[in-house]
Ligand binder design. Structure first.
Ligand code: SF4
Ligand code: SF4
Length: 537
């Protein structure tokens, strides 16, 4: 029987906004139709963009590598459907700025012809290195929204005892992981076992909130049906935002507090999202690269909210159509949930590997501070924000310093520990957009740090060059001295005359190089104070 335990630990802080999960969680996952064109970005992950490997006019098959993640922290990009590459062109991205990035534009042919990797149903006969390589081949990144290349994360430098499978999905409105667990729990369990093999973990602990009883039951059933030797436990935590943050979940389930600047891996724990585990199963056992993901499409005005299996590169506008469109005007589209999601200014932006949710919000659902951030009430020093902060910060003081541009003081109050969860802003009675202030201040600190690092590197480069030149000069002089001594030893008095002649020749040559080649003033150059014709400059 699968071991299911209920954590008795509680978050310090946290909030409980209305969940709005049922709007999308009660329908089975549907396949979103392919759009007329897919816009597949070459950067859908943390790290360097992939290098394009196809050209316009080329036919591609689903799963074919179209972008090569050449750096260690990068990820390959694959064609999400068979069809023809129509262009490699900039296209709006799902970012707050809406800036464009290069995309491979594919016109699907509707044939769904695959280019698969060899399936490995016998994955146990493969080494951890082979399995990690397959994960890299498949272009898998963290599908919980972080989009960090998985092959890098499962190659830890230190020993790992626990694989933490994050199934908390604590943000309101989002239910893609819930549906995945209910419908594909066996895939998740096999994917987790493969990940355990990759990192050498002795146990897999699945962390999930208590508002997903069907998912807990489905996972428990899959674990009961699992015939492998890997031990699994399911740890249930109370539903409280943001308990799904990796470090907080580890604290809730294992009682381990992970300090700032410290990774979970230094405590022998590697975290992965459940959807990532399912993608690993498909890559290894079936030989399928990451071409699709599950996306929650929801919001008060979405006619048929639900979860969709979507080809990466599908424009958000097409995805909204797949969900029946909107029944009322929408003020804002968010990629992600209402607490940490990113506003998307252009609905032509495509679904990427990090897109877990498309949330369409009407004006009435947005806090006044979101619509007019500068129009909030003044801080009344109620202290509610400090009570809500799950990492023990003082948001009110941080706000004062961030607002005054006193970034060093904000840093001294651990600004950089802020996880952008938005719990403080959620409870603030004055509706101050605290997170925006913190994000801006953190951006300033990063910029300053980047400037400091660049200056330090430039100084190091200069020092290195000066030292190298001095070393070269010393070596040259030593070599000359050695040759002179050798000449003196063999030629005696004649050598002195030879050396004097050589020195005179070298001096004359150096002077000839320094002297101007054309001492006459150029007729085209205007004399000081006037142009070439003698007129005023
Ligand atoms: S956004 Fe930052 S300061 Fe506010 S509650 Fe979250 S961690 Fe604390
Ligand atoms: S919750 Fe808002 S009003 Fe209250 S102390 Fe914090 S910032 Fe000020």
């Amino acid at each position: 029987m699968a071991e299911v335990f209920y954590s008795q630990r509680r978050l310090a802080g946290g909030v409980h906004p209305p969940e709005h999960k049922r709007e999308s969680s009660e329908r089975p996952i549907r396949a979103a139709p392919l759009p007329r064109h897919l816009f597949v970005p070459l950067r859908q992950h943390v790290g360097n963009a992939a290098t394009v490997r196809v050209t316009a006019g080329e036919r591609v098959r689903r799963g074919q590598r179209i972008g090569e993640g050449e750096e260690y922290v990068s990820a390959h990009v694959h064609a999400p459907a068979s069809g023809v590459v129509r262009a490699i062109a900039p296209h709006p991205m799902p970012t707050a700025s809406g800036l464009t990035e290069p995309c491979v534009v594919i016109e699907p042919d509707g044939g769904d012809e695959w280019e698969q990797m060899p399936p490995w149903p016998d994955w146990r006969s493969r080494s951890a290195f082979d399995l990690r390589s397959r994960v890299r081949e498949a272009g898998i990144v963290g599908l919980g929204g972080a989009a960090f290349p998985t092959a890098v994360k499962i190659n830890p430098r230190t020993g790992v005892h626990t694989l933490l499978l994050n199934a908390a999905e604590c943000e309101p409105w989002i239910s893609c992981d819930d549906r995945l667990m209910r419908e594909r729990s066996a895939e998740i369990v096999v994917g987790a076992a493969i990940l355990m093999r990759c990192v050498g973990a002795a146990e897999c602990l699945i962390g999930i909130e208590d508002n997903k009883p069907q998912a807990v039951a489905a996972l428990a059933a899959a674990i009961d049906g699992w015939d492998g030797p890997e031990p699994f436990r399911i740890g249930v935590v109370p539903s409280l935002y943001p308990s799904g943050t990796e470090k907080l979940l580890i604290d809730l389930l294992l009682g381990i507090r992970i300090a700032r600047h410290t990774r979970a891996s230094t405590h022998g724990i590697i975290g992965q999202n459940v959807a990532t585990a399912a993608a690993v199963y498909r890559a290894v056992v079936r030989g399928e690269a990451l071409t699709h993901r599950i996306v929650t499409v929801t919001g008060p005005a979405v006619r048929e909210a639900g979860n969709f299996e979507v080809a990466l590169g599908t424009p958000f506008a097409d995805l909204l159509d797949a969900a029946g469109g909107l029944s009322a005007p929408t003020e804002r589209l968010l990629m992600g949930g209402p607490m940490m999601g990113v506003a998307i200014p252009d609905p032509r932006a495509p679904v990427i590997k990090a897109s877990n949710c498309l949330l369409a919000l009407p004006r009435s659902a947005l806090a006044p501070a979101v619509l007019a951030p500068e129009a909030h009430d003044p801080c009344i020093r109620c202290g509610a924000c400090a009570e809500a902060c799950p990492v023990g910060l003082l948001p009110q003081q941080l706000y004062w310093h961030a607002r005054a541009g006193q970034h060093e003081q904000a840093e001294a109050l651990e600004l950089m520990d802020c996880i952008d969860c938005g719990a403080c802003a959620w409870v603030c009675p004055s509706k101050i957009p605290l997170v925006q202030y913190f994000r801006y201040a953190k951006g300033q600190v990063w910029e300053r740090e980047a400037g400091r690092l660049a200056a330090e590197q430039a100084q190091n480069r200069h020092q290195f060059r000066t030292e190298r030149l001095a070393r070269d000069k010393a070596e040259r002089e030593a070599e000359l001295a050695r040759r002179r001594d050798a000449l003196m030893a063999t030629q005696g008095q004649d050598a002195q005359a030879l050396i004097a002649a050589a020195q005179a020749k070298a001096k004359a040559k150096a002077e000839a190089q320094v002297a101007p080649q054309n001492p006459e003033p150029s007729p085209a150059r205007p004399p000081p104070g006037g142009d070439a014709n003698g007129g005023p400059a």
